[in-house]
Design a protein around this ligand. Structure first.
Ligand code: PLP
Length: 384
């Protein structure tokens, strides 16, 4: 069963969304939905053990992840030794950038708009960022292959991909992933593929294509990153895995990591093992809930707020809303000031006229938020 947080039950728990985003929080990507019972049970059991010493990623967990990659994503023969555990996806792609871009002139190519830390990891890696905007092709976001070819140079060492895409909600096709890997091969780049949203494909006729399904020799340039954190709403547990088929590349990454990151905690492993093994019935219900909420967002915006533009979201629980018709400098500030609604600021993703709405919440709160947005927009338009 899917259990939503009751009103205010997440307040004063040290949660970013509920304690830092004001009365109606719709920012940051965690859900107002209880983690699956199998995860809670596993954590309780681990807690009761009363010993919380240094832990490692056991063969059991490696095998559970490999089995899931085959069962859920069709990966032919994933190897347990490809996997490397890290405390988060952001430190993971930052580490890959540090491992691959070794000179200040080396570049990471990223298509925009995109999840904000991807626009900043070059700062930690002491290298450069090369941004190429996505193209709007008949109302759909697509890679701009021509612009990418024009921008790439011998200094471009890594492509940082977000698949499924946050915030555009795109599920890149098999052809897209193959073409991107061939682009990386042609220009001798590593393809770092952040697939943290891979289990949140909402369109029933779409399937996630993992970069781990690329053929050889393309597979040798892939670093795939994923986690149970979005799928099972356990971001605070801090477990990410990196899958690197090229063992020399993995050895380099481990060497660059050195002692800069902590070993993971016992709870991260217990929760992840339980989720990958037993969380899938719950996950099916989660997808149904998210589809209903997605429909509410579309429906409300189309009928009540047609001046705001939201495109079809194939995946994730994040709606990317174009507010340029409002004619305000910062839609994020506008909604916070006039509606008490916190929406993530598109400026941080590369488009200041957009906001991102997290719709993984109760139907009641979602409707309250949308009504508050509508009231603010109506008041604004009537004063124009
Ligand atoms: C694409 C993407 N990557 C990474 C993260 C965060 O990963 P972590 O919390 O594991 O660092 C998010 C969170 O929203 C995300 O959307």
């Amino acid at each position: 069963m899917i259990r939503f947080a009751s009103t205010d039950s997440r307040r004063e728990t040290g949660n970013i969304k509920w304690d830092l985003q004001g009365p109606l929080p719709f920012g940051i990507a965690d859900m107002d939905i209880e983690s699956p019972p199998c995860v809670v049970d596993a954590l309780q059991q681990r807690l009761n053990h009363r010993f919380y010493g240094y832990a490692f990623m056991t063969d059991e967990l490696r095998e559970a992840i490999c089995a899931y990659l085959t069962r859920n994503h069709g990966v032919q023969a994933p190897r347990p030794e490809w996997l490397h555990a890290l405390p988060g996806c952001v430190p993971a792609f930052t580490l890959v950038a540090r491992s691959v871009c070794r000179q200040p002139e080396h570049e990471i190519m990223v298509c925009t708009p995109v999840y904000p830390p991807m626009l900043h990891c070059h700062e930690d890696a002491n290298c450069s960022l090369l941004q190429v905007p996505y193209a709007n092709v008949n109302g759909r976001w697509e890679f701009d292959w021509e612009a990418m070819e024009a921008a790439v140079s011998p200094n471009t060492k890594m492509f940082l991909l977000c698949n499924p895409h946050n915030p555009l909600g795109r599920v890149w096709s098999r052809e897209d992933i193959l073409r991107l890997a061939e682009f990386c091969e042609r220009h001798d780049m590593i393809l770092c593929s952040d697939e943290i949203h891979c289990d949140l494909v909402l369109d029933e006729d779409k399937k996630h294509t993992t970069a781990l399904n690329l053929p050889e020799p393309l597979l040798q340039r892939v670093v795939m990153l994923s986690a149970p954190s979005k799928t099972f709403n356990i971001a605070g547990i801090c477990f990410t895995y990196m899958a690197v088929p090229n063992q020399l590349l993995l050895a380099t990454i481990r060497k660059i990591q050195g002692h800069t990151l902590p070993t993971l905690n016992v709870f991260a492993y217990a929760a992840s093992l339980a989720a990958y093994r037993h969380g899938w019935d719950w996950h099916k219900k989660l997808l149904a809930t998210l589809r209903t909420n997605r429909h509410t967002v579309y429906d409300f915006i189309a009928s009540e707020l047609p001046m705001l533009k939201v495109r079809h979201m194939e995946a994730t629980y994040l709606a990317w809303i174009d507010c340029s018709a409002l004619g305000v400098e910062s839609p994020h500030d506008f909604f916070l000031e006039k509606a008490d609604v916190f929406l993530d600021d598109g400026a941080n993703f590369g488009d200041p006229q957009c906001v991102r709405l997290n719709f993984a919440t109760s139907p009641e709160l979602l409707r309250t938020g949308l009504e508050a947005i509508k009231a603010a927009v109506q008041a604004h338009l009537s004063h124009e």
